[in-house]
Design a protein around this ligand. Structure first.
Ligand code: ADP
Ligand code: ZN
Length: 728
């Protein structure tokens, strides 16, 4: 039983305000319990909080104010409080920020409003049309539970007027019900497993792990199309049979309708969705239903990890290597690592699925901390594509041309056969640089240390850091000469021009996140392509993520060297992953695909590893290098990012921190920097980074906390801690 506090008892409340500590209040009339969501006065305001423990006391008790009211029927569960506390310790972010992540549902504490819902009535319909019978069947499947009009008409595939007609005859009852209704029930046996080959053993292992309960992490590795989704859906099915809840995380951009449709085919209903695109009403409904158990299966973006599940049995992190799982604002966290933490606290299974796992997960499996399951080939007849490099040094391309003759001939052959080609270039916009041909001036963002990128569709220059835009100037801002501003290098929009010139007959589609006003528009375009509505697809990173284009048989990587520039130690891993993901788009159906990588350095070890396909050898070489350098996953790192409008101030403060490194030296850690952060200026703030490197077993967080507590940052300087930074 959770502790109860009687009216007037001192209680400690954690609020969502950045105060740095739990505050004392008096329990309200009727008392309150540990974990209760409450509203408390804070100065002139009322804020959200959670009863975190008994009050501390030790000061003028007469001044302690009472809790205003208890907000929700269900308290925060003990394991959720433990998770938030551990996540806060691990990421070194205030507990209040963690609480805010887990209460991102509007209207907590508001009495549930009502809406019209529908259930089966006693009367017979006046006329039994097909549409009407479908509505009645759907309601029968709900077994007496009420459904909203939108859900009912969507599930039965009828217009809302059909339902209204049934209401008139009394065959369907319309009534008021609380807004927060349970989600449609899912049936784990609806379609039944259909695993084959390697999938069977992998599915059995996961099902057994879920059935046994308790914590465990499995790395499910298999090329794109090998059936990873098919396999982990069986683990979800077992979780549903056990009456526990399942959560599948997808990289935000890949929350495709394709996935929802698949789940519906397998389980008879869609999972609940949680991401930035859902309405605030949905957000609140899901938040409540997850707590009450009225949502059995949630598919979501990384923040879904902070939902108050009643009884979580399984977390799947699909495309676990994806960098979008790392949040780098307010709270710096990696959803993959937080999933493992949450699972270890609540005693549930984690599945990390990927064709190209992160080196972290690969190493954890190698060390025996994670179970590893491999799916060998692609499902059915589909094979991984043949991969070749095109040596660009031999191609002698004229300037302002990026498609080699070799690649062009392959594309032509595809167009002639009615197959699709994808030209991949990870650069949004028309050209990455705009330069004045008279004086050499490059147009940069006024507020960031970044070049402005020309976007012809928008007819503007855009800063990819802060989103600022300005019109393309006629005269150079520096030397004032007119008509000399010229684009340098290719972006996807410029590729589209070259493609239109060279393949005038082909239908071309450009897939770049900025070209679509909404996720829906992007989904539509993806649907059009999948249905064969384009011959040549030009795309950025978003095409690498899990979309299924059955007619695609050729992938041409315009610049395979792009990710290998720079000094980032993760560059090899990232390029390897991205190239294999992109190449994996080719040849998903019965036709074998080809991937051609244009490179000026085809002898580079990473390019050779990508072509050679001996993945284990690549990972081993990469692991050996990281081990030698003592960096993750074989050592620990943290970034301290300082930012301020005043450049001298950030460097001074950073320098002062670096000098006072006693607490770090005591654990054998080293400090590097201050140095300009990977992005040195954003939105007018100068950014400086200190990197801390420690041995694997060192108590890094405790030392960091002690180190940072020595110096209070000046008022306009912001400090953020980034444990396990993406780049180092
Ligand atoms: P991955 O998640 O590894 O990319 P998927 O699970 O999406 O692979 O499978 C690729 C395609 O093959 C999907 O269209 C899927 O429906 C199909 N598929 C995979 N395994 C089977 C199977 N055992 N029976 C029928 N279809 C399958
Ligand atoms: Zn900017």
């Amino acid at each position: 039983m959770t502790a109860q506090f009687a009216e007037g008892d001192l209680v400690g409340i954690l609020t969502t305000e950045p105060l740095g500590r739990v505050l004392d209040y008096r329990a309200p009339e009727g008392g309150c319990g540990l974990g209760d969501y409450v509203e408390v006065p804070l100065g002139p305001r009322r804020v959200l909080g959670v009863v975190w423990g008994p009050g501390e006391g030790g000061y003028d008790l007469a001044k302690v104010r009472p809790v205003t009211r208890v907000l929700e029927a269900l308290p925060m569960r003990d394991e959720m409080r433990a998770f938030l506390a551990r996540a806060s310790e691990y990421t070194l972010t205030p507990l209040a920020s963690m609480l805010r992540l887990s209460t991102r549902a509007p209207g907590l504490g508001e009495p549930p409003s009502t809406r019209r819902v529908y259930r089966l009535g006693d009367a017979e319909p006046s006329r039994a049309t097909d549409a009407r019978l479908r509505v009645l069947d759907t309601l029968r499947a709900y077994g007496g539970a009420a459904v909203t009009l939108a859900e009912l008409s969507a599930e039965a595939g009828v217009t809302t007027s059909v339902v209204k007609g049934l209401v008139k005859s009394g065959a369907v009852l319309e009534e008021d019900a609380p807004r927060d209704l349970p989600y449609p029930p899912l049936d784990p046996e609806m379609q039944g497993a259909r695993l084959a080959g390697d999938q069977i053993a992998a599915g059995d292992a996961l099902v057994a792990a879920v059935a046994m309960g308790g914590y465990g992490t499995t790395l499910l590795k298999g090329v794109t199309g090998s059936g990873k989704t098919e396999v982990y859906l069986e683990a979800v099915a077992e979780c549903l049979r056990q009456g526990r809840q399942a959560l599948v995380l997808l990289p935000e951009i890949a929350l495709t309708s394709e996935f929802l449709t698949r789940v519906e085919a397998r389980f008879g209903a869609r999972p609940a969705e949680w991401h930035s695109g859902i309405t605030s009403t949905e957000r609140r409904r899901l938040w409540r239903m997850v707590g009450e158990g009225g949502a059995q299966f949630v598919v979501g973006a990384r923040s879904a990890l902070f939902l108050p599940f009643r009884d979580l049995g399984l977390i799947v992190v699909d495309e676990e290597h994806d960098t979008s799982y790392k949040q780098e604002e307010v709270v710096f966290y990696n959803a993959r690592d937080m999933a493992v933490l949450r699972a270890s606290i609540c005693g549930c299974q984690v599945v990390l699925a990927s064709a190209t796992p992160s080196l972290e997960s690969w190493a954890n499996a190698d060390a025996g901390k994670y179970t590893r399951l491999d799916l060998g080939a692609r499902f059915g007849v589909a094979q991984m594509p043949e991969m070749h490099a095109i040596d660009m040094r031999a191609e002698q391309l004229p300037s302002n041309r990026w498609i080699s003759g070799t690649l062009a001939r392959s594309v032509e052959a595809r167009v002639a056969r009615g197959e699709q080609s994808l030209l991949f270039l990870n650069r949004r916009g028309y050209a990455p640089v705009t330069i004045c041909r008279a004086c050499g001036h490059q147009i940069g963002c006024d507020d960031c240390d970044a070049r402005m990128v020309e976007h012809r569709f928008l007819k503007r220059l855009v800063c990819h850091q802060c989103g600022a835009t300005k019109p393309m100037p006629v005269a150079c801002p520096s030397c004032k000469v007119e008509g000399k501003m010229a684009p340098v290098g290719p972006g996807v929009e410029r590729m589209a021009e070259e493609v239109a010139e060279r393949f005038p007959e082909a239908r071309v589609a450009v897939l770049s996140s900025d070209l679509f006003g909404s996720a829906r528009a992007l989904k539509e375009q993806i649907g059009v392509i999948a249905a064969g509505g384009a011959d040549i697809i030009i795309g950025t990173q978003i095409v690498a993520k899990g979309h299924n284009f059955p007619l695609l048989t050729l992938v041409g990587v315009i610049d395979a060297d792009l990710g290998l520039q720079g000094s980032d130690l993760r560059a090899a891993e990232r390029t390897f992953q991205l190239m294999r993901q992109v190449a994996g788009r080719a040849g998903r159906a019965e036709k074998r695909g080809v991937a051609l990588l244009q490179s000026y350095q085809p002898e580079h070890p990473v390019i050779r590893a990508i072509l050679g396909g001996d993945e284990e050898a690549f990972w081993r070489a990469e692991a050996a290098e990281r081990r030698a350098a003592g960096v993750p996953p074989y050592g620990r790192m943290a970034g301290i990012i300082l930012s301020s409008p005043d450049v001298a101030q950030v460097f001074d403060f950073g320098g002062e921190l670096a000098r006072r490194d006693g607490p770090l030296r005591r654990i054998g850690a080293q400090v590097f920097g201050p140095a300009p952060a990977p992005i040195a200026r954003v939105r007018g703030r100068h950014r400086v980074r200190l990197l801390v490197k420690a041995d694997k077993g060192a108590p890094l967080q405790a030392a960091l906390a002690e180190w940072l507590a020595q110096l209070k940052p000046p008022n306009n300087l912001r400090l953020a801690v980034d444990i396990d930074p993406q780049s180092f």
